[in-house]
Ligand binder design. Structure first.
Ligand code: NAD
Length: 453
């Protein structure tokens, strides 16, 4: 690993990695890799945890292709230096902000979108002129091996390399002198990454998780709320960082929401779940047992069927309150606790008291409620009358706040995340008034105060 990182750093210093042509060449190569191997990629993800082809293609391949095109179209403009104005202290001078790549960056991914979560940030890293080492998650075994294989086939290792492995390998990578670390994963491991980065003062972006609420207010369209919340909760069997973790429902519409949930689930799946075809498996036995255990401790309103052989967990609606075990940690599976509230004030208080979530979803027709929640409750990003879709728009920065992360990416925000700003002030050698130079003179101070008003 030490040799690999030294090799990449040397290649970066030699200079041609960051030329606009090389950046575009690398992005086009990544596009080619995805297009030529779309089927293999979807098959590997299917082998790892039974994600249906439709989901794998749309969320892992198509989203990254779209991001690459966006960067190819805009990177010349984004990378241009900004010529900025003067201040009274610097007049006359020319002032410029240069957009510089960090250098050699490390990207560590999570397992739940094993291709998207490594390649999507990598698009930003390459378009900003960096070279990179990728560390995919060891839990998506087949996909991690395929990513390594494909990157080795398509890229020179001075531009892009993959290191496979689990905790030990990641710790070893974290000891290398990278110029930037981009991490996607749990809050627990995020803290480990940040501590390791602090030892070498390496800047980090942390894309973490948390409990993202879906609030259903009394005036919401309950049918749409149920449809869109379950759409977000059943995608990838709830194994999404921005899945609605729990439903926070106004007490007056709880029964209606429960009824609509039953209808919606039976419409979506005709009560016939086939893992790998219309529904995703749980990633492994440990996660299956964790979710089954949560289920055992809960009062089930609808659903609750499990099958350990196929690692299947039915989308399940659960009766809960704020002190229920299922309300402690991020669920990361297809269980949806329903908690009620009486007033918006009460809901806000509870949300502000907890760690700030990565996402928040609000179903309401009221502009006042919308503005009250957006203004007063901190969260990474979210939607009104929708779930999850905010992360598919490259014009919206995607990231968390507090325990759900720091920094953001997607579209230009990815370019910015992998770019450092270098300011340069240029002065002509004429004029050169004595005013600024010692010796200190009380008259000069008088003039200066007049000048500054
Ligand atoms: P994880 O934190 O267990 O693992 C993430 C990465 O860290 C993996 O590559 C793993 O090999 C590495 N790792 C694990 N333990 C480590 C250690 N002790 N030292 C160094 N490296 C270590 O997360 P996960 O289980 O892969 O993913 C699920 C979590 O990720 C959830 O909390 C989810 O919300 C979050 N997530 C966030 C986003 C986002 O964009 N914000 C996206 C997907 C997942």
């Amino acid at each position: 690993m030490q040799k690999l990182v030294q090799h990449q750093k040397k290649a970066f210093k030699e200079g041609d990695i960051s030329t606009h042509n090389k950046r575009k060449e690398s992005l086009s190569l990544l596009k080619k890799l995805l297009q030529e191997n779309e089927q293999n990629i979807c098959d590997a993800i299917h082998d790892d945890f039974g994600k249906p082809y439709f989901e794998a293609y749309t969320s892992e391949v198509a989203t990254v292709l779209h991001e690459i095109d966006h960067h190819l179209k805009h990177l010349d403009k984004w990378a241009k230096p900004d010529h900025v104005g003067n201040s009274i202290f610097t007049f006359p001078s020319k002032n410029t902000v240069y957009k510089k790549p960090f250098g050699t960056v490390l990207i560590i991914g999570a397992w739940n979108y094993p291709v998207h979560l490594t390649f999507q940030p990598m698009v930003g890293a390459l378009s900003a002129g960096n070279n990179a080492v990728l560390k995919p998650s060891e839990l998506a075994v087949q996909t991690s091996a395929l990513i390594k294989d494909l990157v080795d086939q398509y890229f020179e290792c001075s531009v892009l390399s993959v290191v496979e492995g689990a905790v030990d390998e990641t710790q070893e990578l974290l000891a290398q002198p990278f110029d930037k670390i981009f991490f996607t994963g749990s809050t627990r491991v995020g803290k480990i990454v940040m501590k390791a980065a602090a030892e070498q003062l390496i800047p980090v972006t942390l894309e973490l998780g948390g409990k993202s609420p879906a609030i259903v207010h009394s005036d919401a369209n309950i049918e749409i709320a149920a449809k869109r919340i379950w759409w977000g909760k059943t995608m990838n069997a709830g194994q999404i960082c921005v899945a609605p973790d729990y439903a926070l429902v106004h007490h007056s519409v709880k029964e209606q929401f429960v009824e609509m949930s039953r209808n919606v689930l039976s419409q979506f799946f005709s009560d016939d779940y086939i893992t790998g075809e219309n529904y995703t498996q749980i990633i492994n036995n440990d996660h299956f047992d964790r979710l089954a255990n949560l289920l055992d401790q809960s009062h089930v309103i609808h659903g609750g069927t499990t099958n350990k052989d196929t690692r299947f967990i039915e989308p399940t609606l659960i009766e809960a309150d704020w002190s229920s075990p299922i309300m402690e940690d991020e669920i990361f599976g297809p269980l949806l606790p329903i908690v009620t509230y009486q007033t918006v004030e009460e809901a806000k208080e509870k949300l502000i008291d907890r760690d700030s979530p990565l996402a928040l979803y609000l179903f309401t027709e009221s502009r006042d409620v919308e503005s009250d929640i957006i203004t007063n409750v901190p969260f990474g990003g979210g939607c009104i009358n929708e779930t999850i879709s905010h992360l598919t728009n490259p014009n919206l920065p995607f990231g968390g706040v507090g325990h759900s992360g720091m920094g953001a990416y997607h579209g230009k925000y990815s370019f910015d995340t992998f770019t450092r700003l270098q300011s340069v002030l240029k002065k002509s050698t004429w004029p050169d008034p004595d005013f600024r130079y010692p010796p200190i003179d009380p008259d000069k101070l008088k003039w200066l105060k007049k000048l500054l008003g």
